[in-house]
Design a protein around this ligand. Structure first.
Ligand SMILES: Nc1nc2c(ncn2[C@@H]2O[C@H](COP(=O)(O)OP(=O)(O)OP(=O)(O)O)[C@@H](O)[C@H]2O)c(=O)[nH]1
Ligand SMILES: [Mg+2]
Length: 329
């Protein structure tokens, strides 16, 4: 991962607790030589439960947790005493966390709401004590059930940021600048490529509503083959309803640049191409009207709506928000 502080992929061994054994025990009373069975049931093993937490935005807090285990249920005891159930263990995760079985890569669950819970590994049931096995023909059963074992598995936790709009562009084109003028987010901005090494998200107010935009590190030609920061961050725009392409007004060809970006997306996942898209030509304050006309007439891709914007003068930003809102809804 590009930054030590943004962890969005992690593998953890989890194990729920075993059930406690049922007890084999007989009542002992002074004047009752043959007391009946009174072995209690074992307690249940602890569950491992994931829980959504909207205060978390990375999986960093899990980075050093290679194993997460719940305790076993306690065994049953005489006098029909039940063993205690073991406590459940909660794993807090940010919204947008997907869990997969590391063995077959199958999705186990996905957390999208605050407090949403899912049992990743169920604790084993406690065994029944010998009290339960007394019948008319068998007054003194000498057996009880063992507790059932808990579940164990390696689980991959993967965070996909939940945002309505995902920014897609080459490095240094003004993606973070745009997010910072549209929202309260404060991503790092500087005049060199790969300023942003981690994704950031911001909430954009729109009249009485709001929507969420995610800024991911810039991608370059060959990113899908590992160039630059690669395309691993594209997983964060897989959930976005709308992709906003940002192309610097000063590039040689907007059309060619657009195709480079599309191609990298396609190499990552062709599903991305079917999302709603909008093209924003950034830093338009550096263009005069003649250049704007020239681009509009000769250098725009055909299949996508476009808008000229400037984060410095704020030109075009209201119209951009209108267009984005329409696309989301
Ligand atoms: N003239 C002008 N410059 C801009 C505008 N928006 C951004 N810039 C400048 O462009 C440079 C890059 O801006 P960033 O917002 O960091 O670009 P980015 O796309 O997030 O870059 P990476 O994170 O490296 O991919 C900075 O020097 C900004 O000041 C704009 O509207 N007009
Ligand atoms: Mg940036």
């Amino acid at each position: 991962m590009a930054s030590a502080n943004f962890i969005d992929h992690i593998k953890i061994f989890i194990k729920s607790g075993n059930g406690g054994a049922g007890s084999v025990h007989f009542r002992r009373e002074r004047f009752l030589p043959k007391g009946g069975p009174d072995g209690g049931n074992g307690g249940n093993g602890g569950n491992i439960i994931v829980q959504g937490n909207n205060n978390l935005h990375t999986l960093l807090h899990l980075k050093y947790k290679k194993h997460i285990k719940a305790k076993n249920g306690s065994p049953g005891q005489g006098s029909n005493k039940y063993g205690d159930n073991a406590d459940d263990i909660y794993i807090q995760v940010p919204l947008g966390t997907v869990m997969r079985d590391a063995e077959n890569n199958e999705v186990i669950s996905e957390i999208v709401k605050h407090n949403q819970k899912f049992i990743l590994a169920k604790g084993g049931k406690g065994g029944l004590g010998n009290t339960n096995f007394k019948t008319s023909t068998r007054q003194a059963p000498r057996y009880a059930q063992p507790g059932l074992p808990g579940e164990e598995k390696w689980v991959v936790f993967e965070l996909k940021l939940l945002a309505d709009i995902g920014l897609v562009g080459l490095p240094n084109v003004g993606k973070s600048s745009l997010l910072s003028v549209l929202s309260a987010a404060k991503p790092k901005i500087a005049n060199y490529p790969f300023t942003s090494l981690i994704p950031s998200i911001g909430v954009i107010k729109y009249y009485d509503n709001s929507f969420v935009m995610s800024d991911i590190p810039g991608i370059i030609k060959g990113a899908s083959k590992g160039k630059g920061l690669g395309t691993k961050f594209l997983r964060h725009i897989e959930r976005n309803a709308v992709l906003l392409f940002i192309i610097d007004a000063e590039v040689d060809s907007i059309k060619d640049t657009y195709n480079v970006l599309l191609n990298e997306l396609k190499n990552y996942s062709s599903d991305l191409l079917y999302k709603d898209k909008l093209l924003a030509i950034s830093k338009s304050d550096l263009l005069d009207q003649e250049m704007i006309d020239e681009i509009t007439n000769n250098d725009l891709p055909k299949d996508i709506d476009f808008i000229f914007i400037s984060s410095h003068t704020k030109n075009g930003l209201n119209e951009l928000k209108n267009k984005l809102w329409k696309l989301i809804n």
